[in-house]
Design a protein around this ligand. Structure first.
Ligand SMILES: [Zn+2]
Length: 263
């Protein structure tokens, strides 16, 4: 599932491609046709991400809200675009480029108030100026495990299953530590690892937890299988212990139980 770095990456990219242009918006699949007509022919004013949500703001306060979910995928095309492939929920056609979106969890037309409510329900987003002190307040008042809190979008927005595993490993924090038993110094380390990793993700458009020094090559040249330290890996890169997988907040979490003892 795309995590927060990806939604911000997409928002920046689509903003550069389309902002200020009058777009033709359709729903080749048919499921968004009526609402597509309500924004088609209007100027796209901005594209912004908040956590895992993306908002396309058209003139007149009409906003297309997208949540990619697990299967949502954008495709970039020329303008005019070729025939759609598969179930294209929404197609936006600009002056020089177009995009198709297949398989999102959410693609809906909303207004400013609805957008504000959705954003207000999210915790601070590290890529949108979210404050450490507010996230610490959310974490330190909860008895749930830190690995579960990191996935809770009302605690901190934009963190998914890969970021939480990589951040907790980098900081050597025991993922089962309840928020209210986590030391502030351990949280500070988690926050600084998270913001750094999310910024790297935004820069490269994909999550990278290893450093160039560890990888032995520039980050832009990394193969997908070499991007992570622990997620989906068999052995700990630090102690060579076998990596464990446990379920926290209904998702599989990878950890090294020998290294990750900090609380
Ligand atoms: Zn280890």
């Amino acid at each position: 599932m795309p995590e927060g770095h990806k939604t911000h990456f997409i928002a920046r990219r689509h903003s550069a491609m389309f902002a200020g242009q009058t777009l033709k918006v359709t729903s080749p699949q048919g499921r968004f046709t009526a609402d597509a007509k309500k924004v088609s022919g209007r100027t796209l004013e901005s594209v912004e991400a908040a956590g895992k949500r993306i908002f396309y703001a058209f003139e007149g306060g009409r906003i297309v809200h997208i949540h990619l979910g697990r299967y949502g995928k954008f495709r970039e095309l020329s303008s005019p675009p070729p025939l759609p492939i598969g179930q294209v929920r929404i197609r936006m056609v600009g002056d020089r480029e177009s995009i198709d979106l297949n398989g999102p969890t959410t693609c809906q037309l909303i207004n400013n108030e609805q957008r504000d409510r959705l954003v207000a329900a999210l915790g601070p987003d590290p890529l949108a100026g979210g404050k450490k002190s507010e996230v610490w307040k959310n974490v330190s008042q909860s008895g749930k495990p830190i690995a579960g809190l990191l996935l809770d979008q009302s605690v901190v927005a934009g963190v998914g299953n890969i970021f939480r595993a990589e951040v907790l490993f980098e900081t050597l924090v025991d993922p089962t530590t309840p928020g209210d038993e986590l030391s502030e110094s351990a949280f500070d380390a988690v926050w600084s690892s998270l913001t750094k990793m999310m910024k790297t993700g935004l820069k490269y458009g994909k999550i990278i937890s290893v450093t160039a020094k560890e990888a032995g090559k520039p980050l832009k040249d990394l193969e997908n299988k070499d991007r992570f330290r622990i997620y989906g890996k068999p052995r700990c890169p630090r102690c060579d212990n076998a990596i464990d997988a446990i379920e926290i907040a209904s998702r599989r979490l990878y950890l090294c139980s020998r290294c990750q003892t900090r609380s």
